[in-house]
Design a protein around this ligand. Structure first.
Ligand code: ADP
Ligand code: PHD
Length: 441
C-alpha cells in the first residue's frame, strides 16, 4: 500500500485534478489524501470570522464568492451532464450549509464544521471525475476513521477503523480520502490544524503500514533554502527524519511540522514530489541519508517573542530555571530557544495567547525584557557539529545584523539564530551565499 497526498495547488484547478488522476490511477494500491482546493480553507476561515464578528451578511457574501470558481472547476473537470448535476447539487448543499449558521451562539464547534468543508468538496469532485473515467475507486470518509483525543491521533483506533472501512470495498485498490479533518473525543468534527493534510497522510501511512508516503505539492522537494525569499535554491536529495522535522518546525512550509513523527515510528520513507513535474526526483526523508553535505537546508520562522528574565537570585542558586519553566508549563506554552548566563535567562516562544499572564508571573522572579517581531533562522544538517568551521561561517555571514540569540549544540543537526524579523530575508540570503559556496556543495 502507498499513501499519496496532494496539496491545495495540486487540486486547485480542473487541469491539475486531471494531472492528479494521471498520477494515481494504476500501479500499486493507494490511499490518496486530498487537501481543499487552494484558497478554499482561507475563505472558510473568513466566513467563520464574519460569523464571529456578528456579520451574517458578510458571511453569506463570502459563501457566494465561491460560486464562479467552483462553477468553472466543475464545468472544466466533468463532461457528463449527470456528473455535473451531482457536483452542482453538492455545491448547492454546501452553500446552503455554510449560510445556515446564526451569529448568536456561533462557537468553535460550528467553526470546525465549516473549516472541514473544503476537503469534503475536493475529494467528492475527484471521486466524481474518477467515476466518470470508469476508474474503480472508493471515497472513504476521514471522519469515519481519523480519530483524535486532546489533539493527538489515536493510532490503534485509527488503524482498526481504517481496516474496517477498507474491508468494505473488496476489489478496490484506489481510495480517496480527506486530509486535515478528523473527529475528536466528543465525536465533534475537528481538524489537525492548518496545513494538516500532510500529517493525515503520515498517520494513515503508519496505520496502514504503507510502503511509502508521498507528499505531492507545487515544488520538486525540500529546497536548500526558502524559495519564497531566496533565488537559486535547489532541491535536497535526502533528509533524515530529524533534519526534516527541524526544518518543518522552523518554517519550511512544504511540510507540516508533525508529518515526520508517524512515519518515523514505523520507519516509512516520506517522499516529497512535484505534481506538475513528476519526473523530478524530489526529496526522500528516511532513517538514513548519507551525503557529503554538512548543511542541508536553511529555514526561518516568524512571529517569535524573546523574553529575558534577569535576577541576582539566579547567581549560584539552583531551582530558578525550574520556576521559570513551570510558568510556561502552567500556560501550556512551548519554549523554542533558550540561552542562559549566571544572572539571566533568555528564551523564545511563538505561542503568544497567554503572553501577558506569563510576563506577569515572570516578573515575580526578576526583571523581564520582551522583544517582539523576532524570527528564528535555522541552519540544519547532520554534519554541523563535526564541521567546526560552520558555526563561525554562520556568525560571520550575519555579522552586519543584530543577532539576539544563538543556539548551537542542543541538537547535533541545528544552529538557530534569533534576529529581528525585518532582517529575516537578508539573513536567509547572506547564509545562502556563505554556506552554499563551492567548498560546501
Ligand atoms: N525549504 C523549502 N523547500 C520547498 N518549498 C518550500 C520551502 N520553504 C517554503 N516552501 C514553500 O512551500 C510551498 C509548498 O507548501 P504548501 O503551499 O503547503 O503546499 P501544499 O498546498 O501542496 O500543501 C512551496 O510552494 C514553497 O513556496
Ligand atoms: N486545507 C487545509 C489543510 C492543508 O493541509 O492544506 P495544504 O495541503 O494545501 O497546505 C489548510 O489549508 O490548512
Amino acid at each position: 500500500m502507498l499513501v499519496y497526498k496532494f496539496g491545495g495547488t495540486s487540486v486547485g484547478s480542473a487541469e491539475n485534478m486531471i494531472q492528479v488522476s494521471n498520477l494515481i490511477v494504476g500501479g500499486e494500491s493507494k490511499i490518496v489524501v486530498l487537501s481543499a482546493v487552494s484558497g478554499t480553507t482561507n475563505s472558510l476561515v473568513g466566513i467563520c470570522d464574519a460569523y464571529f464578528a456578528g456579520d451574517k451578511q458578510l458571511a453569506e457574501k463570502l459563501v457566494e464568492d465561491f460560486r464562479p470558481k467552483y462553477d468553472k472547476h466543475i464545468f472544466e473537470l466533468l463532461q457528463e451532464q449527470s456528473s455535473r448535476d451531482q457536483a452542482n447539487d453538492l455545491m448547492e448543499e454546501k452553500y446552503a450549509l455554510l449560510k445556515s449558521f446564526s451569529v448568536e451562539g456561533f462557537s468553535e464547534i460550528e467553526e470546525r464544521q465549516i473549516h472541514a468543508q473544503g476537503e469534503l468538496i475536493s475529494t467528492k469532485l475527484m471521486q466524481l471525475y474518477l467515476e466518470e473515467q470508469g476508474v474503480n475507486s472508493a471515497l472513504i470518509p476521514a471522519l469515519d476513521f481519523m480519530r483524535t483525543e486532546n489533539g493527538e491521533p489515536l493510532y490503534d483506533e485509527i488503524e482498526k477503523r481504517l481496516a474496517e472501512v477498507l474491508a468494505q470495498h473488496k476489489g478496490v485498490d484506489l481510495f480517496i480520502t480527506q486530509g486535515y479533518i478528523c473527529t475528536n473525543e466528543f465525536e465533534q468534527v475537528d481538524n489537525l490544524k492548518r496545513g494538516g493534510s500532510d500529517y493525515t497522510a503520515s498517520i494513515i501511512g503508519a496505520c496502514a503500514n504503507a510502503k511509502e508516503v508521498q507528499i505531492w505539492t507545487d515544488i520538486d522537494g525540500m529546497h536548500n533554502n526558502d524559495p519564497r525569499f531566496v533565488e537559486g535554491t535547489k532541491a535536497v536529495e535526502c533528509l533524515t527524519y530529524d533534519e526534516a522535522a527541524e526544518l518543518a518546525y522552523f518554517g519550511a512550509k512544504i511540510l507540516h511540522p508533525l508529518t515526520v513523527l508517524p512515519a518515523k515510528k514505523k520507519n516509512i520513507p516520506v517522499r516529497l514530489k512535484n505534481t506538475m513535474q513528476p519526473e523530478a526526483l524530489g526529496t526522500v526523508i528516511g532513517p538514513n541519508c548519507d551525503t557529503s553535505l554538512p548543511v542541508k537546508s536553511i529555514a526561518a520562522k516568524n512571529g517569535i517573542v524573546a523574553i529575558k528574565i534577569r535576577s541576582s537570585r539566579m547567581l549560584m542558586a539552583y531551582g530558578f530555571l525550574k520556576n521559570v519553566f513551570q510558568i510556561f508549563e502552567d500556560y501550556q506554552t512551548p519554549i523554542d530557544m533558550i540561552t542562559t548566563s549566571e544572572v539571566a535567562v533568555s528564551l523564545t516562544i511563538d505561542k503568544t495567547d497567554n503572553l501577558q499572564s506569563i510576563l506577569a508571573d515572570l516578573r515575580e522572579l526578576g526583571q523581564v525584557e520582551v522583544d517582539e517581531d523576532q524570527s528564528i533562522v535555522c541552519v540544519v544538517g547532520q554534519g554541523l557539529i563535526e564541521d567546526s568551521t560552520i558555526v563561525s561561517r554562520v556568525t560571520t555571514a550575519l555579522n552586519s545584523l543584530k543577532v539576539r540569540m544563538i543556539s548551537y549544540g542542543g541538537s547535533a543537526n541545528n544552529i538557530s539564530i534569533l534576529i529581528p524579523s525585518e532582517n529575516k530575508n537578508e539573513a536567509l540570503n547572506l547564509l545562502h551565499s556563505e554556506l552554499y559556496t563551492t567548498s560546501l556543495v
